[in-house]
Unconditional design. Structure first.
Lengths: 302, 269
């Protein structure tokens, strides 16, 4: 495979393969930044992969009071799923259990679009008859009485069918510490890209997977080609001096957002260089036949 | 095209029904046909041509230059476009409006915006009694849209209101929001006796504590309210108010418990 080199970091001439998904976004606000983040972190817990969690979700950006509908600190959270029904179910359960319950919270639509999901329109029944519907201008809110006052929640939220899930970067390094340093640099850079989230813990995956496995019923199993300890027993992708690989998985509101996020990640990793971070960047794909979206690393160089 | 303009020749000798002069009512009519429309409600039977000089041609934008308290039914049932009256109007201005923008630069008589369903009605002067309210025998009053009175309004503002927003900026008479079914009534400048009398649901937002309340309202605390912030921001963004009305944690009275009791009266703590 021909390879490119930027600042001493080798970049494979390969591509990341990603899939079309359904996505929505909400804005969670709270009396202060701490509690806005808390509600957002709680509702995006156990939302790393659609394989086992039903959806992939994370904080997109934190919003200053001047950027939110109610003038309080907030977070924009994005949620991705494979079908509209599943997305609706996950949204309703997660907002109902994690945002409604969080002190002082309110919840607003974070995405416009022709397709709509129920937000407050599904949660209002918690009000047991004392919920109040309010329309102000073009917005429809539900006000649900709760023990610290009122949970205000926009009735509906837009949904996009243009979302993309599964953009990725594989960061190969000489040691675990270097791999982690490279991955953290990539995560920090991608956090600044609007419309893109990294749903795994802290944005990083250490257990990259391939489709299927030797055991019946396993949808995914370990990506042995990138496991350093299996170099002797499998068809490995790793050269002898690679001792750790970490993956960044990216979901985006649009294909452009995924590309922008991968570009930002590659830039951060190459800037860090091979001495402190990754010696090589690769990407995961399934031969190009499964996913509609292909992101060639050579097109995303800084 | 220039706005279709009706310039009043002299004070009308009889009550006029101006309801034919709406954008949809005049669409497709030539100037001659417009001048022949009968407006007078007595045996004098004044026509448009008798009362007004007509100029311009765009029926989507109508201007009535000059006003009179004898102008009844201005913009009745208007669905789109704009209508501006440079003067006073009589009863039932903007009644049953469904869309478009009606501006009255003077005062309005009783039942302005009665049974409105949409659009925006702005009265720069004062309004009479029963603003947005139903006529006798009707079950619901205002049913949507935005109604702003920059001056003062009379009694029974928003009676039986069901949807939409009414804002009165220089105070109103007694029984504001009486028998409200839902919707939002904003009164700055002080409401008269017993606002919210027999209201079922809906919100009455005041800029000060009400001077009297029906005894079947209950004090309901003053927790932080996101809704108050949203309402304040909306009113300022829409150009209805210059500064926030309620603040972050307004006091609330719930009622009227003589009926359903799901309504609220909010005012700054």
């Amino acid at each position: 495979m021909p390879r490119l080199n930027v600042n001493g970091v080798t970049i494979d001439n390969t591509f990341a393969e990603a899939f079309g998904m359904r996505a929505t976004a909400i804005v969670i606000t709270a009396p202060n930044r701490k509690w806005a983040r808390q509600a957002a972190v709680t509702m995006t817990g156990f939302a790393t992969s659609v394989i086992g969690c039903g959806c992939e979700a994370a904080i997109d950006v934190e919003l200053a009071p001047s950027e939110t509908p109610d003038g309080r600190p907030g977070c924009r959270v994005m949620i991705f799923a494979v079908s509209t029904d599943e997305l609706q179910k996950q949204l309703q359960n997660r907002v109902g259990q994690c945002v409604l319950t969080s002190p002082g919270s309110a919840c607003f639509a974070g995405l416009d679009g022709p397709n709509e999901l129920k937000l407050g329109a599904a949660l209002r029944y918690f009000g047991d008859g004392w919920q109040i519907s309010k329309k102000l201008g073009g917005s429809h809110y539900w006000r649900v009485p709760v023990m610290d006052g009122e949970f205000v929640c926009e009735a509906t939220v837009g949904m996009t069918k243009e979302a993309v899930g599964g953009g990725n970067l594989l960061l190969l390094a000489g040691s675990n510490a270097k791999a982690l340093a490279a991955a953290e640099a990539a995560v920090a850079a991608i956090n600044d890209v609007r419309g893109a989230i990294m749903p795994f813990p802290g944005g990083i995956v250490r257990s990259g997977s391939k489709v299927g496995g030797k055991y019946k019923g396993m949808m995914a199993s370990t990506n042995d080609a990138f496991v350093p300890t299996l170099r002797g027993v499998t068809k490995s992708e790793l050269e002898p001096d690679v001792n750790a690989v970490l993956e960044i998985v990216i979901d985006g509101e649009t294909s452009e957002a995924v590309a922008a996020a991968m570009r930002a990640g590659i830039k951060a990793v190459t800037r860090l260089g091979p001495v402190k971070g990754a010696s090589r960047i690769s990407a995961g794909n399934y031969g190009g036949k499964l996913g509609k979206f292909h992101y060639h690393l050579k097109d995303l160089l800084p | 095209m220039k706005a279709l303009t009706f310039t009043l020749r002299a004070e009308p000798p009889e009550r006029l029904d101006l309801s034919p002069l709406t954008p949809q009512g005049l669409a497709g009519l030539d100037k001659r046909a417009i001048q022949e429309i009968r407006l007078g409600q007595s045996k004098l039977a004044s026509t448009v041509g008798d009362m007004f000089r007509v100029s311009g041609s765009d029926p989507d934008s109508i201007v009535i230059e000059g006003g009179s308290s004898r102008f009844d039914g201005v913009a009745l049932g208007m669905t789109a476009g704009s209508l501006r009256v440079a003067g006073d109007v009589g009863a039932q201005a903007g009644r049953a409006m469904r869309g478009g923008q009606l501006t009255i630069e003077g005062d309005a008589g009783p039942h302005a915006g009665s049974g409105m369903r949409g659009g925006r009605l702005e009265i720069l002067g004062n309004a009479g009694d029963h603003l947005g309210a139903p006529l006798a025998g009707e079950l619901a009053g205002m049913n949507g849209g935005v109604l702003v009175v920059r001056g003062r309004a009379g009694a029974c503002v928003a009676d039986r209101m069901r949807r939409g927003l009414i804002a009165v900026l220089k105070g109103c008479g007694d029984h504001a929001g009486s028998r409200m079914i839902a919707g939002t009534l904003v009164v700055a400048g002080g409401a008269g006796e017993m606002p919210g009398y027999l209201m079922r649901r809906g919100s009455i937002l005041l800029d000060r504590a009400p001077k009297s309340l029906s005894p079947s309202f209950v004090e309901s605390g003053a927790p932080d309210s996101v809704f108050a912030t949203l309402a304040d921001r909306h009113l300022v963004a829409e150009g209805i108010l210059r500064r926030p009305l309620l603040g972050k944690a307004p006091r609330k009275y719930g009622g009227d418990n003589a009926v359903l009791g799901l309504g609220e009266i909010l005012f700054p703590a």
